[in-house]
Write a protein that binds this ligand. Sequence first.
Ligand SMILES: [Zn+2]
Length: 294
Amino acid sequence: MKTLVFVAALAGLTSHSAPAVAQSKPPLRTDQVRVVYLQPKEARHEAIHSALQERRIFEILRSLLRPFRLPRQLTLEVKSCDGQVDAYYANDTVTLCYEYIELIEQHAPRVGTPAGLARADATVGAIIDTLLHEVGHAIFDMLEIPVLGREEDAADLFSAYILLQFAPDDARRLIQGVGFMMASEAKAALEEPPGLKIFSNEHGLPAQRYYNLLCMAYGSNPKIFGNMVLRGRLPKERADGCAGEYAMLRRAFSKLILPYVDEAMQRDALTQVRFNWGPLVPPTDGLDAPPLAK
Ligand SMILES: [Zn+2]
């Protein structure tokens, strides 16, 4: 995840010592994304492997990322990481470990969310969000996109922006699912004994990442996501500025990233995406309370 700076520094060193040869950059082109499912090493991960293929999550992402004009091939892979709970980008490859998907499953609602989202649907949202965050790192690296502020925040916002481009019903389900997971993670973090060290992390605190997601969703469309404010999940003081925050994100995306996207191809991809959602969970099933409910 954080090898980028190191690799860039090495590249800089090499260019100083090598003879000055003009290097032409490779041409940018679409259709640069490939998907690799590696067989899990652990028998308990077989079910995750099958579910991923059945839900076609990686294929959905590939169709969304095909319109990006990239200088090199980008690989999206899922693999066993020998017990390491991780998701990362390195060497033109986004890797999601089966172990990380297990962690996602631990934070998933036992039955579903109060909005009717089933447990399996919430995990779909979280897996897509995790992959898109890492794809954000990949895009910044491959296209040399400048980032002001923390790269981790920018990767979160890259993912949120893409999630919000889906058809409204899909976007709502995805945001609800990801929001539940983030709130669950935030709740677990808040139960840990407080310590100064957590503030030094390169990522925002889980609760901050949760509120950032809600703010972008509400800012993008108060009609669709206004219930988050009504239900008290996004405090009014933050909600009031979210349209402006989202406008800033949209401007950054338009100026920095859209020039590298075949927009007609992207529109087609977005209209053709089909999520294999489970049926809505009826409210009688004993739903999980929102993790950060007061
Ligand atoms: Zn990251």
